[in-house]
Design a protein around this ligand. Structure first.
Ligand code: NAD
Ligand code: UDP
Length: 312
């Protein structure tokens, strides 16, 4: 198949491009390189079935493809708050452009949505039928509400134009090729631990997250795209093992053998207090569940960050 991956030079996108190429597909990676990098896909450039197009999905583009994975969007709070208006445009206008393409060429389209559509959830763990608790005017809403509108657009193109859609709600995912400067908890703690610097736990670290290793996430993403049961509603993809951020900091110190101390910094505005996916739907409909445990995944990720640190 000919497959378009928007955001293909980013963390998740680069792993997805690699996997799709290995499975024998032609892959077009479309990226404006805002948070992604050529380094992430340099090893794919020699493959004649791989193509990079430097393009911003806010602008229309004409391509002929069989599948569209729409991942283009800055994902870390530091990056998506850098230019919040652009973040909304990327989610909304980018989604319209990609849905227009899907409609025109009858491609199947998958949207990388997020656990952030649940906001600061009052239902725990989060099931797909929970409508969420999102602040529409806060500093995270450019991302959360942008992604919620993108889901709305997917549903309306499906109902109105019979576009073949898939929606996944991704929970915190980590692994090699996360950007070092993206301010997310995994990259921050890893780099701080490896340099024996203080580990910055925001608030008291009692807020929870559930971390999924990248290879598991990519498996689920492809299973969802190729699921032949038609549209089964949005599906959560994540690892249900939940940790407090303080426990997470302690784990990273142990795994890296670091001498770092833990310090506390102010909790950012609207930081969700708890997050854990209910993955029953993915288990039942896709036969998917994560297989990489946190220790194994964090060791591989630590090796990646250590190599980056040594390179200077
Ligand atoms: P990332 O920042 O590494 O990748 C995003 C990619 O999109 C980058 O390569 C960036 O350059 C590109 N991009 C951004 N705006 C663009 C635009 N206007 N036009 C073209 N390209 C653009 O982030 P990631 O972690 O790989 O996330 C990928 C997708 O998955 C995002 O849509 C994100 O919202 C979603 N997601 C990720 C996580 C996670 O934990 N990693 C969790 C939930 C959802
Ligand atoms: N966090 C932290 N220290 C850091 C970076 C993040 O304690 O240096 C916390 C952050 O407040 C949040 C959690 O870790 O509670 C996950 O943050 P991240 O930005 O990775 O993702 P998100 O909040 O979008 O889940």
């Amino acid at each position: 198949m000919r497959i378009l991956v928007t955001g293909g030079a980013g963390f998740l996108g680069s792993h997805l491009c690699e996997r799709l190429l290995n499975e024998g597909n032609d892959v077009i990676c479309l990226d404006n390189l805002f948070t992604g990098s050529k380094d992430n896909i340099i090893h794919l450039m020699d493959n004649h079935r791989f193509e990079l197009i430097r393009h911003d999905i806010v602008e229309p583009i004409l391509l002929e493809v069989d599948r569209i994975y729409n991942l283009a969007c800055p994902a870390s709070p530091v990056h998506y708050q850098y230019n919040p208006v652009k973040t909304v445009k990327t989610s909304v206008m980018g989604m319209i452009n990609m849905l227009g393409m899907a409609k025109r060429v009858k491609a199947r389209i998958l949207q990388a949505s997020t656990s952030e559509v649940y906001g600061d959830p009052q239902v725990h763990p989060q099931r797909e039928d929970y409508w969420g608790n999102v602040n529409p005017i806060g500093i995270r809403s450019c991302y959360d509400e942008g992604k919620r509108v993108a889901e709305t657009l997917m549903m309306d193109y499906h109902r109105q134009n019979k576009v073949d859609i898939r929606i996944i709600r991704i929970f915190n995912t980590y692994g090699p090729r996360m950007a070092e400067n993206d301010g997310r908890v995994v990259s921050n703690f890893m780099l701080q631990a490896l340099k024996n610097e203080d580990i910055t736990v925001f608030g008291e670290g009692r807020q929870t997250r559930s971390f999924c290793y990248v290879s598991d996430l990519i498996d689920g993403m492809i299973k969802m795209m190729e699921n032949e049961q038609g549209f089964i509603g949005p599906v959560n993809l994540g690892n249900p093992v939940e940790n407090s951020i303080l426990e997470f900091a302690e784990k990273i110190i142990t795994i890296t053998g670091s001498k770092s101390k833990i310090i506390n910094k102010p909790l950012p505005q609207d930081d969700p207090k708890q997050r854990r996916p209910d993955i029953t739907l993915a288990q039942e409909k896709l036969g998917w569940q994560p297989v990489v445990d946190l220790e194994t995944g964090l060791k591989t990720t630590a090796d990646y960050f250590a190599a980056r640190c040594n390179r200077g």
